[in-house]
Design a binder for this molecule. Sequence first.
Ligand code: IPM
Ligand code: MG
Length: 352
Amino acid sequence: MKIAVFPGDGIGPEVTREAVRVLEALDLPGLTLFEGDVGGAAYARHGHPLPPETLAMAREADAVLFGAVGDPACDGLERHLRPEQAILGLRGELGLFANLRPATCQPGLENMSALRPQIARSIDLLIVRELNGDVYFGDKALETLPDGRRRGWDMMSYAEDEVRRIAHVAFRAAQGRKGRLCSIDKANVLETSQLWRDVVSEVAGEYPNVALDHMYVDNAAMQLVRDPGRFDVVVTGNLFGDILSDQASMCVGSIGLLASASLGERATGYGTFGLYEPIHGSAPDIAGEGRANPMATILSAAMMLRHSFGREAEAARVEAAVARALADGVRGADLGGKADTVSIGDAVIERL
Ligand code: IPM
Ligand code: MG
């Protein structure tokens, strides 16, 4: 089990350190960890946010544990040198097209939600976000028109095979949950979305036991705060998935709790190669203070055990340890508490 650890920027190194300690505490035979540079940290050392040696390391591994990238000091750089290109490059180069972002309201945390507790309590959903296409990976340009006006544009597109493969991931996920799938698009305005809707409907024929409905993204944003309990599995494109997953995180209480898995098609021998990262960013405002909540990264490591290593029992143990720590009142600053990063890591390890 070879894991490439890419801590990255800001709080990335602090939170990945705790997730690594949790993995090591499980004492799994054959676990090998190696570390690489990504993001602004990699730019500073190698002149590129995703140096070739880092990419090679990822290809060599069975799974990647990723911290966070993003550094305001890099805002002035050309786009291809900015820290965010590290994560986009890894997703693209490694064919990680399926992004799983579960959002569940942990019992006892209803009061941390931006929603009323009785509404927050009902949240148990999985966002399946397409990660290799859409306006993220289309042609784009900043240009000056002949009349001197500046123009920026980004090409949004999906090909049917790209929609079909993410639809299958989502339908299969729904089969393993409550059997409901909501596909989110903007088919009333965008052709890209019309194709998305048509293809998802076609794939539905292969999953008669899953109840599919379609929703426009503006309505979905509203329903996510009005009645989030109505969602089981959500499938959507790259851009809408980015926005809705941040929104979902605040509905459950804290962005410091949400994990993610990005999966492709490559098998590892124990499962599927994947990249695992918290959905939060590098939080430069609190970087280096040891106050970040590592739970999202620890829960991402649990997803890694499940999806890349076929270690369901250990994944469930880690998730139970985090849930127990929360139930025992272990709270980081993001949850209005005082526990620091290392003591949250300790609390989870004690409960393993
Ligand atoms: C995410 C992040 C990334 C994205 C950024 C850092 C490029 O917001 O993983 O949600 O937009 O996908
Ligand atoms: Mg995002």
